[in-house]
Design a protein around this ligand. Sequence first.
Ligand SMILES: *Cc1c(COP(=O)(O)O)cnc(C)c1O
Length: 386
Amino acid sequence: MIPYGRQSINKSDVDSVISVLKSDYLTQGEVLPRFERAVARYCGANYSVAVNSAPSALHIACLALGLGRGDWLWTSPITFVASSNCGLYCGANIDFVDIDLQSYNLCPKELKNKLQVAKRKGVLPKVLVVVHFSGQPCKMEEVHKLSLQFGFKIIEDASHAIGARYKNFPVGNCKYSDVTVFSFHPVKIITTGEGGMSLTNNVELFNKMKLFRSHGITRDTSQMIGNSDGDWYYQQIQLGFNYRMTEIQAALGLSQMDRLDDFILKRHDIAQRYDKMMLDFPLITPKQDVNSFSSFHLYIIRLDLSKIKKTRKQVFNYLRESGIGVNVHYVPVHLQPYYKSMGFRRGDFPKAESYYMNSISLPLFPDLKESEQDKIIKVLERVLNE
Ligand SMILES: *Cc1c(COP(=O)(O)O)cnc(C)c1O
């Protein structure tokens, strides 16, 4: 089976991990801060906090922003459940903003309308999680302007989008947000096995996120209540978690950073080749906004079901049966049973739901061979024309 996404591991990655395994520290050593600095420098952010997953990064970001019971977190319905679950972890309420059907990202116009209604009702969101879906950055300038007007905080869930650029600046620079979050799961752009990171330019948010990552414990006397008892002393000043990333993971991540730009170029080459070879197919290929340079985490096609004699499910099954590991990203979050039990219903976010009806993610990862891509296109052509 050709997977829809997979990691690319070379000898440098392996050597980097082995050298940590032979060193004194498997966790809480020197490699993790190096990895954090490498990502922050690449993105142009002041501070970064590496953690064991993107959901952990989203959780500590929400906590640092003070999200709690009675507050509202809004996000896009077309995302992985983690983008909204982080609000539930904090006891907040969740709502969604429908997508635009060009980029499949949260739509700034829908956002503005929803904010105006929310303001009249006195229930504005405290936090908006924008998702750079498939690696294509959201219209951050518009969203940022609305955040100033309506007074909410912004977290960028950039799990798909390390290496992407918005208006020529790297995603992660937090120019238009409070915190940006990356995921380093093996299907994402770079990997640490499991892992995530939060970036910010705000030193207070940085210090809070570091506390929440590690039990709420500090050894920094300037953060302590009262005096230190001595050099052994530490204080718990918050209720935190163990969300730490190991040195083994950080070593892999640091090594992967060296190839990030190369990964993105390869992803673009593959995407362009799909575009070109499927020009006459009865489907919509990914549209790119002029202000965005996607990291192409996903290559999503939308079938024109009026022009083919099959359902999406039939096309999907045929591809899977032919050894092509296609996928669907994502089941709209508000239609998950857990969210439906909170009162969401089919019809709540019509554009997200219509997107979901005919989309399929084709395999896309740096090591995808040209011959594999040719096979994918041939099989797709066959099933669409049969
Ligand atoms: C993958 C992903 C996450 C979760 O990241 P993990 O580190 O794999 O748990 C969160 N949000 C989005 C949009 C993702 O794609």
